[in-house]
Design a protein around this ligand. Structure first.
Ligand SMILES: [Zn+2]
Length: 309
């Protein structure tokens, strides 16, 4: 059997939406950035539905997001992966971390944590209350012990990011008391299991990357390259999301919305493209993709359109 060395180092990116509502301009930007980066590198682009938090999932949202991607002409490689079907993999990772003596049970309530912790830049810093408490209660959360060694990475757009987890976030949750696996754990297991080499996503996740790298180091996983894209905001400066009532992508206006997303990412599509069909748009977008033109943040676009001055 001959082995193909190129295959193992091939670029593999992904788009990982949470099915809490339809695709909106903000998620379209993340989809487009990850898609074009993957395709410009001759790589693969996977789609993973991040529905690990099943109670937050909105019925029908996953299929709606996938249908919108199809309407927009964005074809993914391989099968779509659903986090809700991967509990065994997450449990296995917790088992590995438990063997390192780094996982402990925590029975603190949200209120207790807020009352007892200092507020850091990222959120409340868990003060390790239960770290040595020897709790045996079954329906407790599982936390991972952190330390203060610096964890840093060089983001392709945002530059160097460094955190000391113990003082920046504190020990963080791996599995909630209701049995739901934490996003931080699921995303790390999935990226490793799917052999993702490059993570391209919104800048709102920049702060959680050091926690993910910490888990990758403990689990012996490779650390992918990270590119955090600017996040689209509404008039109040809040990230577009279901909670901020972001408008869904209008499938009947595919090209104008792709055009706006492309502009948001610092690309310069010519106005004629607005009247073109999808295949012409994508051909232009791929041939002219310049990742180095992506801004670190972008406040000129509000709700996906250029801000009126
Ligand atoms: Zn606790």
């Amino acid at each position: 059997m001959t082995t193909n060395n190129c295959k193992s180092i091939r670029y593999r990116g992904r788009f990982a939406p949470s099915p809490t509502g339809p695709l909106h301009f903000g998620s379209l930007v993340a989809a487009m950035g990850s898609y074009l980066e993957a395709k410009a590198h001759g790589g693969e682009w996977l789609v993973r539905i991040e529905n690990v938090d099943t109670p937050r999932e909105v019925s029908g949202a996953s299929s709606d997001i996938l249908r919108t991607l199809e309407y927009l002409g964005m074809k993914w490689d391989g099968e779509v992966v659903y986090q809700s079907q991967r509990s065994a993999l997450y449990q296995e990772a917790i088992h590995s971390l438990t063997k390192l003596n780094l996982v402990y049970r925590c029975v603190c309530t949200r209120k207790e944590i807020l009352d007892s912790s200092i507020m850091g830049n990222i959120g409340p810093i868990y003060p390790s209350t239960c770290r040595h408490a020897q709790i045996s209660q079954k329906n407790s959360a599982l936390r991972i012990q952190t330390n203060d060694k610096p964890i840093w990475f060089e983001d392709i757009i945002q530059g160097r990011v460094e955190q000391h987890l113990e003082s920046d976030t504190g020990d963080f949750v791996m599995r909630r008391a209701d049995g739901i696996f934490a996003y931080q754990l699921a995303v790390v297991v999935d990226d490793a299991e799917q052999k993702v080499t490059h993570v391209v996503r919104g800048e709102d996740l920049l702060d959680s990357t050091p926690r993910q790298i910490y888990l990758q180091q403990l689990l012996g996983y490779p650390v992918p390259d990270y590119m955090h894209l600017p996040v689209a905001t509404n008039r109040d400066g809040k990230k577009l999301s279901k909670q901020t009532r972001a408008a869904p992508v209008d499938r009947t206006k595919a090209v104008p919305q792709l055009f706006a997303a492309s502009r948001f990412l610092g690309q310069t599509p010519p106005n004629e493209l607005l009247k073109s069909d999808l295949s012409v748009f994508w051909q232009w977008a791929l041939e002219n993709w310049q990742a180095k033109q992506i801004p670190q943040c972008n406040r000129d676009f509000i709700d996906g359109s250029t801000q009126e001055k």
